[in-house]
Each structure stands twice: as C-alpha cells, then as structure tokens.
Design a protein around this ligand. Structure first.
Ligand code: ADP
Ligand code: ZN
Length: 436
C-alpha cells in the first residue's frame, strides 16, 4: 500500500495546534515583510512596527490588503525581503497586461513548495510507482516547475515534456505508460479529439489520474473528462503569488480542495464590503504566506471566487477545503445587465452528451443591446447530413443555456477542429465590446 500521507503529523494537526503555529509564523512573516520597502511603508501606516504587534490571529484584520497592482508597483525588488544572494529562483508573470510581477524564492522557499506538492500527490493516492507526464508549460509560468519538483520528491518517474506537441504527448503516454497527467482541463479535452484523429485508443495507454488546474472549469467538465478517459481527475489550484500549484488540491474524496493552512492563512471576504464570510458563502479568497522568506505577501486579494467548506473530510486531513473556483472577479461578464461567469456556460455545455470538447463564447454590441453567441463543437458523427437532428441539438443547447443564465444566447455548432485549440490556459471568451 502506498503511504496515505506525506507528512501525517502536519496534515492531521489539531486545529488548536494549527492556530498556534499560524500565529507564530504570521508574526515572523510580518517581521520579514518589514524588511521590504513596500511593507515598511504600508504597515507603518497601519501602526504595525513589529510582528509582536500581532497579538492574536484576529489581529490579521489590522493588516492592509495587498493587491496585484501593489505587486506591479513594487517591481522589480520592492517586495524582496532577503539579501539578493539568498535568492535561488524567481518567477515573473508574463506582463501582457501591464508591468509584470515578480516572486523570489530562497532555497527554503522551494523546499517548502515542493513539500506541499508531495503532500498533494500522496493525497490523490498516487505514489513513487506512478509515471508522471507533466504537460503544463515550464519556464516562468509556475505550473510546470512547481509540480515537477513535487513529483520527483515523491519519486515518480517524471516526464518533463511541458505543454503542446500533441502527437508527441500521445507517443510518450503510450511508450512509457504514463499513469498520471498534469494538464489544463481545456488541453485535456483537446487531447481526446486528437487521440481519435491519430488512431489512438484508450487500450494503448495506461492513464489513471489527471491533475487539472490553471483555469476555472466546472464539475460537469471534470465528469466528462473522467468518463471519456476512464480516469480520476483531481482539481488543483494555485497562483504564482502564493508559489504556484500545490496551494490547494483535492484528496481522494474529490470533494473540495484542502488548502495547506500551516503555510497560508486563508480568508473568504465579500469583495465589495470586505466582510468575513463563513462556510458555504461565496466570496473572494484572500491569502497570506506563512513560510515564504524571499517574498512574504500579506492578505493578498487573489480575485478568485470560491467558498470555504465546513465539516471534516473523511481523509483525516484537518486543513480546511475550498470549493471549486467559479471564476475570477475580472472574468465576470455583464451581458445586458445580467452577471454571468463563463464557467456557468461551460457547465451547461459539458452536460450535453452530443457536445464535443471545445467551445467559445463571443459577446458583441448589436445596437444598444449585447449579443451573446456560444460556439460549440459537437461530435463528427452528428454532421452526417441530417439537418433536423443538428437543429434539435442546437435548440436543446439554447434552451438549457436560457434556464441556467437567464438570457437568450445564439448557438452555433461546429465540427471538431473548427474552433481555436489551446495547449495551455484557454481563452474562451471573446468580448468584442471592449475592442470598439
Ligand atoms: P495569471 O494570473 O497570469 O493567470 P497564474 O499562473 O498565477 O497567473 O494563474 C493563477 C490563476 O489561475 C488563479 O488566480 C486562478 O484564477 C486560476 N486558476 C488556477 N488553478 C485553478 C483551478 N483549479 N480552478 C480555477 N481557476 C484556477
Ligand atoms: Zn480530504
């Protein structure tokens, strides 16, 4: 039997001990943050001059939030808390939407990050006997390297292929009998259409699990992927500001993601009022690093929408779980005054058996009103020439969308391969309103 826990003592720590540990680490983190020009100024304004000014975990509220914009303004080293010589790696964001952000790591930071991933991997029931194909992009994007180190730590045979190059991916899966994949859900869906086109069948492969993250997706997409590949798919959440993958991960229960609270303080806040939210209430995830030396970050507004789950997990881990992320605050579309998250549309599509593995959402202005078009690929066999059948699929998609998102969407059906393919994070929404 593979061991169930990587670090049982910590993964099953009592809540009282955990809170004591958090307080100790929070004080230390505040002291570290005070070494940076950015927090020195920010914390002084809030009357915090040392970690000792934090008397209990409730005092966390005294600390001002940190935003992505703060990180941008601190670029390149306004948030560096250690001597440059102690840094062993940095990751920056792509910077396509403005100044990039940078996160520095010391050797200890990387070790801690790796440990968190080793815990996540064992929590899914995988072990050193597995063959791990890492299909996330390597490089500055944290998805690839993050899981890579965790997988090697656990002792899995690791194939560092990175994203893209679908035929080669399939060849590797077959030749080395990969059992665990790390991949974005959109690429996982695409690989399935490619398998058919390349003449691969599931029997050629030995797939057992997939770790899927990097972008929001619905429970129906997970189910669809589990069904078409006959595997277990686990949700993996992370963001580069908090390291990358390994922040929150599903265990074998596949019911919410444990978030490692010995390394992060987790808060759920109403994004407009700042009010603290209880279990089951949806809001913005706010996180504080507790172990990071090189770039401590206090009360970071992730922009990600989720809720905390109450109750204990049967797996025995005491670290709380968060629900699947529904989207980012800035992903929300307002169409004719109605708020819609792309994941709501995806959830509808992936429940419809005729719908294939790719879709796109287009919003544009038509006079004074917005027009929403949902383009969906459907399976090739349905394009046999019976237009009545196609029309009825189209109508059925339209109806189901209407009952979920309330507004009328135009629906276009496409043959497999008809819509743009994404090998990393998908760009599903084309909002033409912002272009004009
Ligand atoms: P960027 O912000 O440029 O996309 P990151 O690579 O740090 O950079 O991406 C982190 C973001 O990706 C998260 O804040 C979240 O919005 C999204 N994300 C990551 N994993 C998941 C997941 N499992 N479910 C939903 N969203 C996710
Ligand atoms: Zn669990």
């Amino acid at each position: 039997m593979a061991p169930k826990y990587w670090n049982e003592e910590c993964e099953r720590i009592s809540r009282t001990d955990l809170e004591q540990l958090q307080l100790k680490r929070l004080r230390k983190t505040v002291d570290r943050a005070l070494q940076t020009p950015f927090y020195k100024r920010r914390l002084a304004k809030a009357g915090i001059r040392s970690g000792n000014d934090i008397r209990n975990l409730g005092d966390c509220e005294k600390i001002p939030y940190t935003t992505k914009d703060d990180l941008r303004q601190a670029y390149p080293d306004g948030l560096l808390a250690v001597d440059r010589d102690e840094v062993v790696r940095l990751h920056t964001s792509s910077g396509t939407t403005g100044t990039p952000t940078v996160i520095y790591h010391t050797g200890n930071d990387l070790e801690n990050w790796t440990e968190l991933l080793a815990r996540c991997i064992l929590a899914t029931g995988a072990s050193h006997k597995d063959v791990f194909q890492n299909m996330m992009t390597y490089g500055m994007f944290t998805g690839g390297l993050g899981l890579h180190y965790g997988a090697e730590k656990v002792g899995m045979m690791t194939i560092p292929i990175g994203g893209g190059n679908t035929v080669r991916q399939l060849n590797l899966m077959r030749d080395f009998q990969s059992t665990v994949l790390h991949i974005t859900p959109s690429y996982m869906l695409h690989i399935h259409s490619a398998m058919e086109a390349e003449g691969y069948s599931l029997e050629d492969l030995n797939l057992k699990k997939a770790y899927m993250g990097g972008e929001p997706y619905s429970e129906s997409t997970r189910r669809k992927i589990e069904e078409i590949y006959n595997i277990d798919a686990y949700n993996s959440y992370g963001l580069s500001e908090m390291n990358g993958p390994g922040i929150a991960f599903e265990c074998e229960e596949k019911n919410g993601m444990h978030i490692w609270e010995d390394s992060f303080i987790v808060e759920l806040r109403d994004p407009s009022t700042g009010e603290e939210l209880g279990p089951g209430e949806k809001g913005e995830l706010v996180m504080t690093t507790l172990c990071r030396e090189a770039t401590p970050i206090l009360r970071y507004r992730t922009g990600d929408i989720t809720s905390l789950m109450g109750g204990e997990c049967p797996c025995g881990r005491t670290h709380r779980r968060i629900e699947r992320i529904t989207g980012r605050l800035d992903d929300m579309l307002i169409v004719n005054g109605v708020n819609i998250y792309p994941s709501q549309i995806e959830a509808v599509l992936m429940k419809i058996p005729e719908v294939g593995t790719n879709y796109q959402i287009v919003v544009e202005n038509k006079g004074a009103i917005d027009k929403l078009t949902v383009k969906s690929e459907i399976y090739a066999k349905l394009f046999s020439g019976d237009t009545r059948q196609l029309e009825s699929i189209r109508e059925s998609i339209k109806d189901r969308l209407k009952s979920s998102i309330i507004i009328n969407a135009a629906v276009e059906l496409h043959e497999p391969g008809g819509l743009p393919v994404f090998e990393g994070k998908a760009k599903r929404v084309i909002d033409k309103r912002s272009e004009g």
